[in-house]
Design a protein around this ligand. Structure first.
Ligand SMILES: NC(=O)c1ccc[n+]([C@@H]2O[C@H](COP(=O)([O-])OP(=O)(O)OC[C@H]3O[C@@H](n4cnc5c(N)ncnc54)[C@H](O)[C@@H]3O)[C@@H](O)[C@H]2O)c1
Length: 377
């Protein structure tokens, strides 16, 4: 379970040893704290940072993350929303001479957030509060934050820009929007430099061993059902869209990871973001319908993916597609992978994992209880 640099407790000598080991880092390399770096998206960013020579310390409570995913980076097991977290974060920031924080750690299940709103605020907002307070006290001035398209709720526009009004419809989306507000307040109060990346529908894998381990979003949900010998489900095929199913903007997790490096370098490079440029959509500008995604999975897997069509679920907007113009203009970032790359890489990752599917063309279908739909986290 333990990654090469894992520290179960924040013991200064252990941390210091790792830091001194990093003395051979290339000139200009940054010291980055990646909070939630053992998770699906965070692990991709950890790998890119380490590959380019930055010093990386991962803070993660492993509630949904996996230690092995951080590779050789130091892993400090810590619950950032916990009572003594701020103090321990401050110690770690000083020991590692941290220059910037990338904050992924959050609970991300929309339905759960509706059932447990106080816990979601305590986890997602409480964790951010501890981090920002520790940053203020130790002079760490740069933060990149995982926000979400969930801040937009059900926008009545074809293409969502950052100026489309934020109007979340669940506690999860609210915690992300409150996080953005809090960082804007810290910028005013003590000069925090920050960016919030509003991810659209993240899928795929940059490396087969870094696939999405959760079965919460459309692509893993379909693969999960195929693995069980069940048909994929479509929730509603009577929407006002060309094929009647919901349309989403699918972004390859590796493209998304590169967007974090672009944001980090932009802020770390001493450029001052304009007031309106703290928040960036991360999407492709192109939508794919649930049916198209399922068909693409059929092509990649060679399996029969004929879906069962169920009634609509409440709260699913028909279409949610990002305008990526702002991030392209401000940071020079653009998605490089399309839907077929996303699905192919997700399939390779699935097949490299513990639930490898022995392919049987024309898979027979059984009714199952699991849901599959364009879940927006
Ligand atoms: N996956 C998506 O489609 C998607 C879409 C939009 C936004 N996001 C956001 O991106 C971020 C990362 O998502 P992910 O898909 O990689 O999720 P994930 O669950 O795989 O990763 C989250 C990581 O944070 C850790 N963590 C959670 N709570 C913690 C706490 N209190 N203290 C310390 N560590 C904690 C987990 O152990 C895990 O390693 C989240 O903030 C999520 O809300 C994800």
């Amino acid at each position: 379970m333990a990654g090469a640099g894992r520290c179960d407790l924040l013991i200064p000598t252990q941390v210091h040893r790792r830091y001194r080991q990093g003395a051979g880092l290339k000139v200009g390399a940054m010291s980055i704290m990646v909070v939630g770096g053992a998770g699906y998206i965070g692990a991709h960013v950890v790998r890119l940072l380490a590959d380019r020579g930055d010093d990386v310390v991962v803070v993660d409570d492993l509630s949904t993350g996996v230690g092995e995913r951080v590779g050789d980076a130091t892993l400090v097991e810590l619950e950032v929303a916990g009572e003594s977290a701020q103090e321990r974060l401050e110690l770690l920031m000083k020991e590692r001479a941290v220059t910037a924080v990338i904050h992924f750690a959050a609970k991300k299940q929309v339905g759960e957030s509706v059932e447990r709103p106080t816990w979601y605020f305590r986890q997602n907002v409480g964790g951010l509060v501890n981090l920002l307070a520790a940053m203020e006290n130790t002079g760490v001035g740069t933060m990149i934050f995982s926000s979400s398209a969930a801040v937009y709720g059900n926008p009545d526009v074809d293409i969502v820009t950052e100026d489309t009004g934020a109007s979340p419809i669940n506690a999860y989306g609210e915690t992300k929007l409150v996080g953005e507000w809090l960082m804007a307040d810290c910028a005013r109060a003590w000069g925090l430099r920050w960016s919030a990346l509003r991810y659209f529908n993240v899928a795929g894998a940059g490396w087969p061993e870094l696939g999405d381990p959760a079965v919460l979003n459309l692509v893993p949900m379909v693969l999960d059902r195929l693995a069980k010998g069940e048909r994929p489900k479509i929730f509603g095929d009577d929407y006002e869209t060309p094929d009647g199913t919901c349309i989403r903007d699918y972004i390859h997790v590796l493209d998304l990871a590169h967007a974090h490096l672009a944001a980090l370098d932009h802020l770390g490079g001493g450029e001052t973001s304009d007031a309106g440029e703290h928040v960036f959509n991360v999407g492709t500008g192109t939508g794919a319908s649930v049916r198209e995604v399922i068909e693409e999975i059929g092509r990649a897997t060679g399996m029969d993916v004929s879906p069962d069509v169920e009634p609509r679920r409440p709260g699913d907007p028909p279409r949610l597609v990002a305008s990526p113009d702002r991030i392209t203009e401000a940071l020079g970032w653009k998605a490089e992978h399309g839907l077929s790359d996303i699905i192919r890489s997700a399939w390779e990752a699935w097949q490299a994992g513990p639930r490898r599917i022995e392919r049987v063309a024309g898979t027979s279908a059984r009714a199952g209880a699991d849901q599959a739909g364009p879940v927006d986290t």
